[in-house]
Design a binder for this molecule. Structure first.
Ligand code: DON
Length: 309
């Protein structure tokens, strides 16, 4: 059945657009579509171009929050960023000026993620980025690097993100300089991985930070709980409420067309229990979520009754 859901979504007419505001992402083949699902026993289901490499983009906001929260402690991170949804686009500036004290609302929008990037352990950009790639590598069991073309392309067009970082600095929500925070954030967005890696990260998160292959806890349960709550309430930007109702699983999307999804408990064919799902299809909607990715997740959530609600 899941095979026919994949085929139905794959053959649907192309809708949406590529993330062409980042020149390096404007050239991706529009028809890529990949899914990787892994359960707690290591059983796997794969569909389509699952080995294709994508950049994390906003999915990196989850990993940087985990690393910062686990390093500094949640309470210290929460002094600089809230955990409230906004209902605004991911790159919105408006609340930084009108909300009391200009505190960013949550780590899943650009303002919050730029603040979190500045709080990462390490004294310079390189060390802060490495703290996140090292963490990802522990979970995926392979090395990850930054796609320099995507990073440079983003740096050259980062007008809004630079404005956001300036507002944050003016209100004392950034450690270090504006350029350091911006560079760190954009390098994190440009980390490369595959849907297999996304699925492993999803499984790790829904396992409350337990690395099942080694039976080892890498993060606190509190960090895992905050992460899942943030993904459910803010992970799909100003469509988070809609997808909480229609899909009902903690998820995070990025404008490259990737989606990281966590299944708390379910059964998909021979896969059972906790699962991580990585999906990639580069055509995104107006909000920034993968059109085919969200369609696929919605259909499997309904069919296999995966919602936590
Ligand atoms: O901040 C940006 O513009 C991007 N590098 C990340 C955006 C993103 O993925 C938001 N997504 N849906």
């Amino acid at each position: 059945m899941i095979q026919s859901i994949f085929e139905e979504v794959m053959s649907a007419p192309e809708k949406g657009h590529l993330a062409d505001y980042i020149p390096a992402l404007a050239n991706q083949p529009k028809d890529l579509f990949a899914v990787y699902i892994i359960d707690e026993k290591g059983e796997v289901l794969t569909f389509g171009d699952f080995n294709v490499v994508l950049t994390l983009q906003s999915i990196s906001k989850v990993m940087s929050f985990i690393v910062a929260a686990d390093n500094l402690g949640i309470d210290q991170v929460l002094e600089k960023v809230d955990v409230e949804p906004t209902g605004d686009p991911f790159n919105s500036i408006v609340r930084l000026e009108v909300a009391e004290k200009g505190k960013p609302f949550n780590p899943m929008i650009n303002a919050g993620a730029i603040t979190v990037a500045s709080l990462l352990p390490g004294e310079n950009v390189e060390a802060r980025v490495k703290s996140v790639t090292d963490f990802i590598s522990q979970v995926t069991a392979r090395e990850h690097s930054v796609n320099q073309e995507v990073f440079q392309s983003e740096m050259e067009t980062a007008y809004r993100n630079r404005a956001i970082a300036n507002y944050l600095k003016a209100n004392d929500y950034l450690r270090g300089t504006v350029e350091e925070a911006l560079e760190t954030y954009l390098q994190l967005c440009s980390i490369e991985l595959t849907t297999e890696d996304l699925a492993k990260l999803g499984l790790f998160i829904c396992s409350d930070g337990l690395l099942l292959t080694e039976n080892k806890s890498l993060i606190t349960r509190k960090t895992a709980r905050y992460t899942k709550a943030l993904m459910m309430t803010c992970g799909l930007y100003n469509a988070s409420g809609k997808y909480a109702a229609t899909i009902g699983m903690p998820m995070k999307s990025g404008v490259s067309g990737g989606v990281l999804c966590t299944v708390q408990n379910g059964q998909i064919e021979h896969l059972q229990g906790r699962m991580g799902i990585g999906v990639f299809s580069p055509m995104i909607d107006e909000i920034g979520n993968s059109v085919k990715g969200m369609d696929f997740l919605q259909k499997i959530s309904e069919h296999y009754n995966l919602s936590v609600f």
